[in-house]
Design a protein around this ligand. Structure first.
Ligand code: UDP
Length: 237
């Protein structure tokens, strides 16, 4: 780990990072993600990864289909645990010791979330995967990632996506979409830019926690972000 790099980070990976066009959980996508996280871990950074579950269940979408919204959100939280176990398996197969801590408790499968124990693992350079979101319906894993990053004293929240950062419009749809290198929290909130949900941005703003939105699928990007190279979109004061 070079002196200039971040020492403690929380990485947020959405459910879409686990999937492909054809598969809800795609072996190759998971492998790419695991290799990138291993590269980050190899730098010696204290690492916690928060996972989403949108590839399996999104509470609001299931709610629209007639499922009770609160029930659907709990299903979404369970989906995050499934992704966490998928990622744990992939990281373990690369030789990394990794603990899954979840706010939604499922005995035998995951450890309950405990901030102090989580910090202990991170300081021992064991990776931690955080699942279960906030444990409450009507929230998202973006918000839980922001909260965990604040709670754990991370220097930065790294939001991994499939695109290079934050754009004025969806770059997959609009080729004229403008890329932003740097934004303030207010610009994201007022411009309704698709970086993270508003609650997450507000939490980061109130706690002066910078966010970097970057493309996890480009080789070595995560290492470069952790070494403070100007990759992706930096959101801060
Ligand atoms: N969820 C929730 N509370 C939380 C976190 C997640 O109810 O604190 C539910 C919600 O239904 C959400 C689903 O879990 O749609 C999956 O999480 P999210 O949408 O954040 O996953 P991502 O988009 O990151 O894959």
């Amino acid at each position: 780990m070079t002196k200039k790099g971040y020492k403690r980070v929380v990485v947020k990976i959405s459910g879409e990072g686990f999937s492909s066009e054809n598969n809800v959980i795609d072996k190759d996508s998971v492998k790419v993600m695991a290799l990138e996280l291993k590269a980050a871990h190899d730098l010696g950074v204290e690492l916690a990864v928060t996972v989403g579950g949108g590839n399996i269940v999104r509470g609001n979408e299931l709610g629209l289909l007639g499922v009770n919204r609160v029930q659907a959100d709990y299903m979404g939280m369970i989906a995050t645990v499934i992704n966490a176990l998928v990622l744990q398996d992939a990281l373990e197969s690369l030789g990394i010791e990794v603990h899954v801590q979840s706010v939604i408790e499922i005995g035998k499968m995951v450890e309950p979330y405990n901030r102090k124990q989580c910090l202990r693992y991170m300081k021992e350079k064991k990776a931690v995967i955080l699942a279960g979101g906030l444990g409450n319906p009507y929230f998202t894993t973006d918000t839980s990632a922001a909260l965990k990053a604040v709670e754990l004293g991370a220097e930065v929240l790294l939001k991994a996506t499939k695109v290079d950062g934050v754009y004025s419009a969806d770059p997959m749809v609009d080729p004229k979409a403008r890329f932003y290198n740097r934004l303030t929290y207010s610009q994201v909130l007022n411009g309704h830019l698709k970086a993270m949900d508003a609650t997450a941005i507000t939490l980061c703003m109130e706690n002066h926690l910078p966010i970097i939105v970057f493309n996890l699928r480009k080789g070595q990007n995560i290492q470069r972000v952790i070494q403070k190279e100007p990759i992706g979109t930096y959101i801060g004061e």
